[in-house]
Design a protein around this ligand. Structure first.
Ligand SMILES: [Cu+2]
Length: 216
């Protein structure tokens, strides 16, 4: 058992290394800052890879690392949400079963639909009332709310109807967790922002990170 999990860790580590070197050799990752390898870290024995799988949105406070970006086409600053690594306008085809993952180690978030809009610009209302409790039966649309997503956890939401949705976190909308989510065939996500400045190099891998009972 011990042996098996040890070799699993080794395999995962090898995977991470090959993923890193792979991205260094290919030219197919435009716009990714050179600091990319920084994000591969072992945290409590778990591999935390910040490049997200397909059909996944990651969210956290802009200041937790995902950052913010000004989107010229949408005339707005968006932040806190990404489908790659750093904040960007989000886009998925209709029919997607979307995973929403809380990337934070410490802070709960939500994904709520603020409103649906017909076209640019994205005018985020000053202080909308966003539900903390889940609403909308797991289907993205007006009035949808994910409910609380604990740190490291994910929920799924179905993208059935094409449209342009302003989304935000019920807790941290005022702290910049707001974005544009385009549901349309062939729509492309926006360019990524840059990470928020990190005050210290590697603070969060300190001893404190062993959740009792494998919490997440
Ligand atoms: Cu939040």
């Amino acid at each position: 058992m011990l042996l098996r999990s040890a070799s699993l860790v080794a395999a995962v580590a090898a995977l991470a290394v090959s993923a890193c070197t792979g991205s260094n050799h290919t030219s197919g990752s435009p716009g990714l800052p050179p600091m990319a390898t920084r994000s591969f870290a072992l945290d409590g024995g778990q591999l935390v890879a910040r490049a997200l799988p397909p059909r996944t949105i990651g969210e956290e406070l802009p200041s937790e690392g995902v950052g913010s970006v000004h989107s010229a086409p949408w005339g707005a600053v968006v932040g806190g949400f990404t489908q790659m690594r750093y904040a960007q306008v989000l886009a998925f085809p209709p029919g997607t079963i979307l995973h929403v993952r809380n990337l934070s180690k410490t802070t709960a978030h939500t994904l709520d639909v603020v409103e649906a809009i017909a076209k640019a610009p994205a005018r985020f209302p000053q202080s909308p009332s966003l539900a903390v409790a889940a609403a909308g039966h797991g289907v993205l649309g007006k009035g949808y709310a994910s409910g609380i997503i604990q740190p490291g956890k994910s929920i799924t939401v179905k993208l059935l109807k094409p449209g342009i949705y302003l989304i935000g976190c019920a807790f941290h909308y005022s702290l910049g967790m707001r974005d544009v989510l385009i549901v349309r065939k062939g729509a492309k996500p926006g360019p990524q922002g840059t990470p928020a400045p990190q005050p210290t190099a590697t603070p969060s891998t300190a001893p404190s990170s062993s959740p009792p009972g494998g919490g997440w």
